[in-house]
Design a protein around this ligand. Structure first.
Ligand code: SAM
Length: 296
């Protein structure tokens, strides 16, 4: 897991933070692994750790204190890699990750060790476990597809991948592009038809409910066709049906637009395919490749 996620930083002078120093063994190992030029910094709550860092600076403080972590990042970051091997309680792991992931370098990696403590009662110093919090990140990462998600959150915009192994979680950071519709040229397509369809289905349910209530009232011995209750129900039903009709028209228009644009796109692709098969295109390929290489 470590080598797969960290090999790319070796020899590139990364800034690395290890939370949990103990006797400094990890700091020494990371200095050797990442190579000359790497800045390897430690954090530990135990003041004794300040003396064991050797060439690595060690800041003494609590990993569940966001202000302290921000100071460490301001002083030595932005970190390319953070390895959390500190106290392993839920509050410590969640607070440190929630604070430091947003402050990581653009292509950083955040590693949390010993995540099996999520299943050990003695490490549960808060309701939400670290693994439970990571489950929430899976949803946050998909916010562009989830009508109730926040597409502007740091997770939707920069959490590129979550790697979950037995006892280790890796959060990888990258600047993500929003899903972009080749067809419509925007992200509206993600929600438009689905939300209209969902609203229509909710209104259909409401309609069935209102019709049921009207039936019941009609059969009630005390009801008259013109009682206030019946009139109110009829007018609510009329409004619901009118709204459904408008939504159905909107949905139909969106679907037509989507299908027209898809058709145009297919035509364009077919045009490109035919052009690429022509003799002149093939003959001039080396020229284009040459131009591309020169530009690089
Ligand atoms: C497992 S040891 C670290 C071992 C070290 N990473 C290594 O590889 O040699 C855990 C360390 O986390 C520190 N620690 C415990 N709670 C902490 C907290 N709330 N904030 C920072 N460090 C903490 C302990 O003092 C201890 O030194």
């Amino acid at each position: 897991v470590y080598h797969r996620n960290l090999a790319g930083y070796r020899g590139r002078s990364p800034r690395v933070l290890e939370i949990g120093v103990y006797r400094g063994g990890g700091l020494a190992m990371w200095r050797e692994y990442f190579g000359a030029g790497a800045v390897v910094v430690g954090v530990d709550i135990d003041p004794a750790a300040a003396a064991v860092g050797g060439p690595s600076p060690v800041m003494v403080g609590d990993q569940s204190d966001p202000a302290f972590l921000r100071t460490v990042s301001e002083r030595f970051g932005p970190f390319d890699v953070v390895i959390d091997d500190g106290g392993h309680t839920m509050a410590q792991q969640v607070t440190a990750a929630a604070t430091l992931f947003p402050l990581l370098a653009a292509e950083g990696a955040y590693i949390v060790e010993d995540t099996h403590t999520s299943y050990w009662p003695e490490y549960r110093d808060q309701e939400e476990t670290f693994i439970g919090w990571v489950r929430g990140l899976i949803d946050a990462l998909h916010a562009n597809h989830d009508p109730s998600g926040d597409p502007d959150s740091v997770w939707a915009t920069t959490l590129d991948a979550i790697e979950i192994s037995d006892s280790v979680v890796v959060l990888r950071k990258a600047n993500r592009f929003r899903p972009f519709s080749e067809v419509g040229g925007g992200t509206g397509f993600l929600f438009e038809s689905r939300t209209a369809a969902a609203r229509i289905s909710a209104l259909e349910q409401r309609e069935a409910q209102l019709v049921g209530e009207l039936e019941r009232l009609r059969e009630a011995p005390t009801a008259t066709p013109e009682s206030d209750e019946v009139r109110l129900l009829r007018s609510t039903l009329r409004e619901a049906r009118a709204e459904m009709a408008v939504l159905a028209r909107e949905l139909e228009a969106t679907r037509r637009e989507l299908s027209t644009t898809q058709g145009r796109l297919l035509d364009a692709w077919e045009h490109i395919r035919r052009m690429r098969n022509t003799v002149s295109w093939r003959l001039t390929t080396p020229l284009r490749v040459g131009r591309l290489v020169r530009r690089r």
